[in-house]
Design a protein around this ligand. Structure first.
Ligand SMILES: [Zn+2]
Length: 442
């Protein structure tokens, strides 16, 4: 009994952003029981039975307590490549996985307690997910896609035809509807949490990578197998088709026109712009003028239509597209919120909702358990020195993040290796055997 009781923890004196809405509570209490939130609200409303429970009390007067961040667009397998060739061709899957295990900790320490990896080589994101859950490494709670399903016109297959897509790359080329269905079924069997469609190319071409009826087929099959579908869509046509096909959330959406935006809002499809990648690319500097011009044009188009999207009530999710050379792990996760404020006219508090409450849908393995501070949800919290709801930029300043708490436990940068004193009892082999039979839906 004392064991369970000693796990209770009360955080007092905080300003609380529970993030169910824009409410700020001064002098709040958050009660943590094990890995879950037991209660959160104004100190004066703390139920007497909870107040009487023995608990470890931490006073954080002057700080803000808010949900851990959800980075719904992060590629843990990409490894900050300097070139397209490094990303597509040269890096073996095994090395990607080992490197990803190290990078996952950087992401968590930046305050990202949940993340979605929308596309990478077979198994890497899922392996990081499972290694984190098993306690082998430290990282955010992961939702994992498999390879991005692409046609010859999507970002998953951009090299010339005489260079095959490598097993270690992030695209899975499907040449017809039968292959599309087969790829979805294979990925679900491999244990993905979502399906990712590469719905447009890297450039500014108007057409999408898939026909509308192909997208409808993909959505039907994925939903039948209980997996949501996220789509990379930069071109207007690809965004319009994504909304029409019932895609669950859209990445980028840079080149919408007003009619397409109307269709997106009508369909209720959340948008995940990832402007951070564009802005960081421009600031990184050294690139040919033509490339710089193209990126600037996309950013201008995106800002103009996404500001309208926000005005008209579309749901905007803040994802960083971390994993590229210009978006290294652990450094830029919160910049998208800053751009929501500076480029789209959001308030700081609304921007925070875009990386907490509203981002939960795009981390589908854990959606009901994350994104807000409420009884029964994971105690994934940040303690921030200051008021991020009045200036979201402070979330990108490590000195301001006083604590990252995941599942009720404060995250520390590393932990000592504990070697067992006994050999594994045979009984412990049983969960492994059972796992073989339950692998389908972990
Ligand atoms: Zn991406």
């Amino acid at each position: 009994m004392t064991g369970a009781e000693s796990q209770m923890r009360r955080i007092t004196g905080a300003r609380l952003l529970a993030c169910a809405d824009e409410t700020v509570v001064d002098d709040a209490v958050v009660v943590i029981d094990g890995e879950l939130v037991a209660w959160a609200g104004p100190a004066r409303d703390l139920p007497p039975d909870l107040a009487r429970q023995p608990a470890e009390v931490t006073d954080v007067a002057g700080s803000t307590v808010m949900p851990g961040l959800i980075d719904a667009h992060m590629h843990i397998s990409f490894g900050e490549p300097q070139t397209e060739e490094e990303l597509y061709i040269y890096t073996p899957t095994a090395y990607r996985a080992v490197r990803a295990a190290a990078n996952a900790e950087k992401v968590l320490l930046a305050g990202v307690t949940s993340a979605c990896d929308p596309g990478g080589p077979t198994g890497v994101a899922a392996a990081v997910r499972d290694a984190v859950d098993a306690g082998l490494i430290q990282g955010p709670r992961m939702s994992a896609a498999g390879r991005q399903i692409t046609t010859q016109q999507g970002i998953g297959d951009t090299l010339p035809r005489w260079i095959d897509i490598q097993e270690s790359s992030f695209g899975a080329l499907v040449r017809n509807p039968d292959e599309l269905i087969a790829e979805i079924r294979d990925e679900v069997k491999d244990g993905v949490d979502l399906i990712k469609i590469a719905g447009s190319g890297p450039g500014t071409t108007e057409y999408g990578a898939f026909r509308l009826e192909e997208l409808e087929l993909a959505v039907n099959e994925a939903h039948r197998l209980d997996r949501p579908v996220a789509m990379h869509a930069r071109s207007r046509q690809s965004v319009a088709d994504a909304a029409a096909a019932g895609i669950d959330w859209i990445m980028h959406a840079s080149y919408m026109d007003p009619a397409t935006l109307e269709a997106v809002i009508e369909a209720g499809t959340p948008l995940l712009p990832a402007m951070t990648l564009l802005v960081n690319s421009l600031e990184a500097g050294t690139m040919p003028a033509a490339v710089k011009g193209a990126i600037q044009r996309e950013l201008d188009a995106a800002v103009s239509i996404l500001a309208k999207a926000y005005e008209q009530g579309a749901t905007l999710i803040a994802g960083s597209e971390s994993g590229f050379a210009m978006t290294p792990y652990g450094e830029w996760h919160t910049r998208e919120m800053e751009l929501f404020v500076s480029h789209l006219g959001m308030s700081d508090m609304r921007a925070i909702l875009g990386m907490t409450r509203d981002a939960a849908v795009a981390a589908p393995r854990h959606t009901p358990m994350i994104g807000t501070i409420a009884p029964g949800k994971y105690a994934d919290l940040l303690i921030v020195d200051g008021r991020p709801d009045t200036d979201v930029r402070m979330l990108g300043d490590r000195r301001r993040i006083k604590a990252v708490i995941k599942g009720g436990a404060e995250v520390v940068p590393w932990r000592p290796v504990e070697l067992p004193t006994d050999r594994m009892p045979f009984e412990k082999a049983r969960p492994y055997v059972a796992e073989l039979y339950e692998r389908d839906r972990r």
